[in-house]
Design a protein around this ligand. Structure first.
Ligand code: MN
Length: 320
């Protein structure tokens, strides 16, 4: 069975520094190991893919990437450089790698242009966005140009976590919960809901959002979102599709990255349908072997397994 992974990270020596704010989250040995693997694209990575039967990695720059840059012009230049680098890696191994571009969202028009260049000239499959950009989220009015371009190109934007713009009071005295174990998922789910209530999918009804980590919990709250939206003061917000779940079923695609457990997979399949679930490993923060073994042994039909392993990715990303 062909397997395509959609959350497969790398970094370049030039851009390692942007990850410094994330370093304190991890145990030192685990961080050192992940950092080494992020920098390797073709040695250990390809060998491990072969061992685990992971045919294709859709590569993305590791969080937070150039979104940590505060100078818009520098972000534009660095995005172009890293996307050119990524296209070069893919060109050397076109049957093993695809890629999501990095966008200089600090310059919204520049980001839309870089998305267009990434897809049309470099052959990338969309873009991966690491949470907020200097406190700005993807529902910001200035970033409608990026969604407009994504919809026109018919490519997804993959919303991936990063450290929050600030720290919620509820984490006071509990820094151990800040990071991928908990706070990143809550932040990312909230960011995704901003896109719904911020009107992004009303303005661009065919825009496609990817979330990792089995949908950051959102598949499990569709009914409650609809029920409470019916109760809440809408504060002037109108949803063309009326119910929040309609957007999560229509515009959202999720990957299994970093969640190798049958119960949430089955729940997500029941909530969203198997056509909207794709495989990912979250390499190098999870082992490829754990992820591919989970996919091969999950208690689902062979038809659903093939969709999640490769068919949905081939369709969504137009991989031949
Ligand atoms: Mn990840």
């Amino acid at each position: 069975m062909k397997i395509i992974g959609l959350e497969e990270h790398f970094v370049t020596p030039d851009l390692v520094g942007y990850g410094a704010s994330t370093e304190s989250i991890a145990q030192p040995q685990a961080w050192a190991e992940a950092s080494r693997r992020l920098l390797d694209l073709t040695e250990e990575r390809l060998a491990t893919m072969d061992e685990c039967g992971l045919d294709v990695q859709v590569l993305s720059l590791n969080s937070p990437g150039i979104q940590a840059e505060t100078d818009p012009a520098a972000a534009v230049a660095k995005a172009a450089t890293v996307n050119d680098f990524l296209a070069g890696v893919i060109a050397e191994h076109p049957d093993r790698f695809c890629g999501f571009g990095a966008l200089p969202l600090q310059d919204p028009v520049g980001a839309a242009r870089e998305l267009e260049r990434s897809v049309k000239e470099l052959g990338l499959k969309g873009a991966l966005v690491n949470a907020h950009t200097n406190g700005m989220y993807l529902d910001h009015p200035s970033l409608r140009v990026v969604w407009e371009m994504a919809e026109a190109l018919d490519v997804p934007l993959y919303l991936h976590p990063a450290n929050g713009a600030d720290t919620s009071h509820v984490f006071t005295d509990h820094p151990e919960m800040i990071g991928p174990m908990w706070s990143w998922g809550a932040d990312t789910a909230t960011h995704a809901l901003r896109l719904i209530f911020g009107g992004v999918f009303d303005d661009f009804p065919n825009a496609k959002l990817l979330l990792g980590h089995m949908g950051e919990g959102l598949p499990f709250v569709l009914w409650r979102l609809d029920s409470r939206w019916g109760f809440h003061n809408h504060r002037g917000i109108e949803l063309k599709r009326e119910r929040p779940s309609e957007y999560l079923r229509h515009n959202l695609y999720i990957t299994t990255s970093g969640v190798c457990s049958p119960a949430p997979l089955l729940g997500a399949m029941l909530a969203l349908g198997s056509d909207h679930i794709l495989f990912g490993t979250d390499y190098p923060f999870e082992t490829m072997r754990t992820a591919t073994d989970f996919l091969r042994t999950a208690p689902i039909s062979e038809a659903d397994r093939a969709k999640i392993a490769h068919r949905n990715a081939e369709s969504l990303l137009r991989i031949p």
